[in-house]
Write a protein that binds this ligand. Sequence first.
Ligand code: GLA
Length: 392
Amino acid sequence: MDNLRAHVTQQFQQTFQSEPDFIIRAPGRVNLLGEHVDYNDGFVLPAAIDRAVWIACSRASALHSTLLAVDLAERVSFSSETIPTKTDLEAKPLPHWAKYPAGVAWALNEAGYETPSINAVFTSDVPRGSGLSSSAAVEMGFVSAWQAAAGVQRDAGAMTRAQLGQRAENQYVGVNCGIMDQFASACGKRDHALYLDCRSLEWQTIPLPEGIVIVIADTAVPRSLSDSAYNERRSACEEAARLLGAKSLRDVRLEDFHRNKDRLPELIARRAQHVVEEIQRTEQSVFLLRQGNVKAFGRLMNECHDSLRDLYEVSCPELNMMVNIARELNGCYGARLTGAGFGGCTVNLVARTEAESFARALAYRYARETNKEPKVYICRADDGAEWCKIQP
Ligand code: GLA
């Protein structure tokens, strides 16, 4: 949004008494299908959304980078030599948000890229803690900021930027996520979904049919306990693959799974069943989307939610409520929780002509049932992280 661009530019001028050299935009993401399969080498179908982190930055003459989070009125400084180590982080030398830029600076250095000192201010309208990947957006924003300052060409290396972000998250911040969120933020394309093979990292863009919109509904339930439960799910999948003699659940065909599932403890079998079926659903969904068969695509979204609720057990009563209401409303083809679960948002595929009334009715009925104040966004799939040089 242009007003965020103006806002960071003005904050930069005020803070550093000069004009920024670069403006960067890095979006959040929503996932349409392929949930909890990226860390099983499966297929995912996310899209970048029109809510983003905006950064204004310049190369700095100081030996350290200075970063200001406008929304939180907090500022940190570090250089390549003084980035807190992972062990330092336990003593909390950095506010939570600053771990993401520090993590990407660390990952860039580890991979042998230059991280020149920068002055930067940033703001974001990606809701935090809602499962729309606000942290991946911060990561892709700052990888871009350091690369812009180092003179890297913007059009090269979007997937490399995603991998650097994932490395920061896994090895620096300490969250064991897959590649999907950073990939979507880095590689998004306006009005397209992105189809990624998380094993080969090959990907394609799929045009979204014209008559539909993506509606995101935030339950106003913060994602709680998600890190430990997420790690438990990951371990269950690894255990299932091991017991089935496969490298990962990507390699287990549905027929083989059903033939052999008795070899798995009951809970592990349920987790694995979600993953094996979800990989198949996502592969099918791409054919349907290309044909413009939104009804059948929406049915797969519904199946995905039911599976996340019953087999993978990452839903919660409010997410189920939001999904159940949505499915009763006119124009809704499919509704499901999106992202890791345990609170956060649902994603809905809705006929364009019904979107406004759908959004209003969903918010109204959800608030009436739960006494919580939801937020409903009619979204547009957007381009991935990008920067532009401001001409002096
Ligand atoms: C989180 C992780 C992703 C992915 C999803 C679940 O968003 O960061 O890598 O595993 O959960 O699909």
